[in-house]
Write a protein that binds this ligand. Structure first.
Ligand SMILES: Nc1nc2c(ncn2[C@@H]2O[C@H](COP(=O)(O)OP(=O)(O)OP(=O)(O)O)[C@@H](O)[C@H]2O)c(=O)[nH]1
Ligand SMILES: [Mg+2]
Length: 673
């Protein structure tokens, strides 16, 4: 396959706050791709340009920038580290050929890279670790390296070592070459390696060579025979083995002080792979992000796998089977859109205004090109009930929410099961609140949000019979109906049923539907806390009618009255929804999770080790009200590593305390009105 040797697509990923955006800014400045270096503190970086990023001082979405060195043209994908945005990062990684995992020099941070590393390894995507912020007091490179090796094995090897730490951090040691570099104003200057470092460097070099030797028999032989391998051979192995995701080099630096930045660029240039793809083949590109700018409109950011894309190409979305014409082609430098005439296989570019095209879609110029697999997005677990602050017609509201989800497919809008409440769902509180602020900024749509309502129900525990008579005289025609109803509990989940046992036509057949309607209407608001009453059977057993005064309306009213009078006598109870939850959390937090589930009135069904190694799965049935937006607590308890999934299980009688709370809530709402 043809390769465009100059192209590199590099995702910059890693735990929250590790210094990714600052590092990308440093890389851009180093390559002179930007004239002035911005900072996260001032809200002036190239990639954190969205107002939501600047306000929060953190990346809230994936962002793109590019820079060139003498040998390569690199597109950087700056990915947000906060756990809420991991799904978006995973989609954007479809555009990358390699990743730099930026991590603070703190061993406790290593476990936060597990999901990411598993994701990269599953795709055989080459990556390196950039141990960052080594200028900080208390930074611990040795401990961090040891934790990385412990977590991911000896394929993780130090290619660079820090020269000094904390306030003395001033450069790096190139392990294969055993050269030390002091970095001043971003420029490395070789100094002699002090004798005090020789032992450490030698030890690191042996580990590096042994790791490389695991995948190169020739090198292994040399090592066994005590032959010093030539540096070209070592460099060649580093390139081969990094680019095939066999080894994972560890680099060092302080992005804020430009230390290690040029060395990282060297690794990107020499050890990360160029993309594959044939510029002469039919176009095959995948949308990896959609972004909507209030002024310039929608842009679709694509990774071109094959072919050449032009600024006015007539395209086919082969995923959706629709035609779209490109309105401009751009390279992105943060928010800046730089027009280009064409882009070839391997490049990442932005296309203007492709209506109907969504993130994950495959674009081509020929309808016959097979669509690429759509990225899998995890179920959003955090929900808020939403209502527009100002009155707004349904159509406009749904159009705005659709646009919001178009930009961020990891959000969802849905009507909740049982309550029918309109909800906005995302990965966590930050994600959802960021989405609502984006909605208000871009579309001037202010939303009122609240905790989702719980779908309580009511039912009865005893049978009863109830007679009700509705009699009303108003001038001409009066109204008359008399019914005797039998009301009996049914099994859980069997709903409401109705039958009649009328003998001798005491209630004419034509009024039966009206009676049933009256029954069902009255059951919508139960006696405990005004929730729908379910799981009972109602039989019309007797009644009376009047030739002139009886009507459907009067029978309906009489039936409703009978139900309202009967229910309080039937031992009514509150039913609460229970969910079936599967929680996956690290071993050391499993006891906390079990404790929490028990304290939340949950019933643990099973508890066993699961994938990945060191994790436990807890399966439990828990009242939904106790586990609303549990993801927030779970992340706190597990340093962001825990996940869970849930589905509605069944309704069950709520304990009296819960019923009383709901009763009080209804009483206080009634008092307030
Ligand atoms: N001491 C020190 N601080 C740094 C360094 N790099 C970044 N920081 C600071 O760390 C904080 C986070 O930096 P960012 O660049 O926003 O980190 P990030 O990884 O992009 O954060 P998210 O995208 O939100 O996950 C900021 O206050 C930076 O000034 C560094 O090399 N040394
Ligand atoms: Mg960032």
């Amino acid at each position: 396959m043809a390769q465009n040797a100059r192209i590199r697509n590099v995702a910059v990923v890693g735990p929250h706050h590790s210094g990714k955006t600052t590092l990308v800014e440093g890389l851009l400045a180093q390559c002179k791709a930007i004239s002035r270096r911005g900072s996260v503190a001032d809200g002036t970086t190239t990639t954190d340009f969205e107002p939501e990023c600047i306000d929060r001082g953190q990346s809230t979405c994936v962002s793109f920038a590019h820079a060139s060195t003498e040998h390569v043209d690199v597109t950087f994908i700056d990915c947000p580290g906060f756990v809420d945005f991991f799904e978006e990062t995973k989609i954007a990684l479809l555009g990358a050929d390699a990743a730099v995992i930026v991590i603070e020099a703190d061993p406790t941070r290593v476990r936060q890279t597990r999901g990411l590393v598993d994701f990269l390894d599953a795709r055989k995507m080459p990556h390196c670790f950039f141990v960052n912020k080594l200028d900080r007091q208390g930074s611990d490179f040795r401990g961090t390296l040891a934790a990385l090796v412990d977590a991911y094995g000896t394929r993780v090897v130090a290619e660079h070592l820090p020269l000094g730490e904390a306030e003395n951090f001033r450069g790096y040691i190139d392990v294969p070459e055993q050269h030390a570099y002091v970095v001043e104003n971003g420029i490395p200057k070789e100094i002699s390696l002090g004798p005090e470092m020789e032992g450490t460097v030698q030890e690191a070099r042996t580990k590096l060579l042994e790791a490389l030797g695991d995948f190169d028999d020739h090198l292994l032989e040399e090592l066994l025979e005590g032959v010093e391998p030539p540096i070209e051979e070592v460099r060649n192995d580093l390139r081969e083995e990094t680019s095939h995701d066999l080894i994972v080099p560890v680099l060092v630096g302080a992005g804020i002080g430009d230390i290690g930045v040029s060395a990282l660029l060297d690794v990107i240039e020499q050890q990360f792979p160029a993309p594959e793809g044939d510029p002469a083949a039919p176009l095959r590109a995948q949308v990896i992000k959609t972004s909507i700018h209030p002024q310039s409109g929608k842009i679709s950011i694509v990774r071109i796998h094959d072919g050449t894309l032009t600024a006015d190409a007539s395209l086919v979305d082969t995923t959706r089977n629709l035609k779209a014409r490109a309105a401009g082609l751009f390279k992105l430098q943060g928010k800046k859109q730089e027009p280009i005439g064409s882009a070839v296989a391997g490049e990442i570019a932005a296309i203007g205004r492709l209506e109907g095209v969504l993130t994950g879609d495959t674009l081509s110029t020929a309808a016959t090109v097979e669509p690429l697999p759509a990225p899998a997005v995890a179920e959003p677990l955090y929900a808020v009930a939403i209502r527009p602050k100002e009155r707004l017609d349904e159509a406009k509201l749904s159009q705005m929410l659709t646009r919001l989800c178009e930009e961020d497919p990891t959000l969802a809008v849905s009507r909740a099961e049982f309550t029918n409440e309109l909800q906005l769902l995302g990965a966590g509180e930050t994600h959802v609140s960021m989405a609502t602020s984006r909605l208000s900024r871009k579309y001037h749509l202010a939303l009122e949000t609240s905790t989702p309502s719980i779908a309580y129900r009511e039912t009865i525990t005893q049978p009863t019979e109830q007679r009700s008579r509705y009699k009303h005289q108003t001038g001409g025609h009066g109204q008359f109906a008399d019914v005797l109803l039998r009301i009996e509990p049914r099994e859980r989940g069997h709903g409401v049923t109705f039958s009649e046992e009328i003998v001798g036509g005491v209630v004419p057949r034509t009024f039966f539907p009206a009676v049933e309607k009256g029954v069902r209407e009255a059951l919508l608001h139960g006696p405990v806390a005004k929730f729908e009453v379910v799981d009972l059977h109602v039989t019309l057993i007797d009644g009376q009618y009047h030739d002139v005064d009886s009507s459907e309306a009067s029978f309906k009213t009489a039936a409703s009255m009978a139900i309202r009078e009967a229910l309080p006598k039937c031992g009514p109870v509150l039913l609460e929804p229970l969910i079936h939850a599967e929680v996956v959390a690290p071993d050391d937090s499993a006891s906390t999770i079990l404790g929490t589930i028990t304290s939340k009135r949950g019933h643990v069904l099973s508890f066993e080790p699961t994938e990945p190694r060191g994790f436990q799965k807890v399966v439990a049935v828990v009242p939904q009200s106790e586990l609303t937006n549990y993801i927030t607590d779970l992340r706190t308890a597990t340093q962001g590593l825990g996940t869970y999934s849930w589905r509605h299980e069944r309704f069950e009688t709520a304990p009296p305390k819960v019923a009383q709370t709901m009763r009080d809530a209804v009483a206080s709402t009634a008092a307030a009105h």
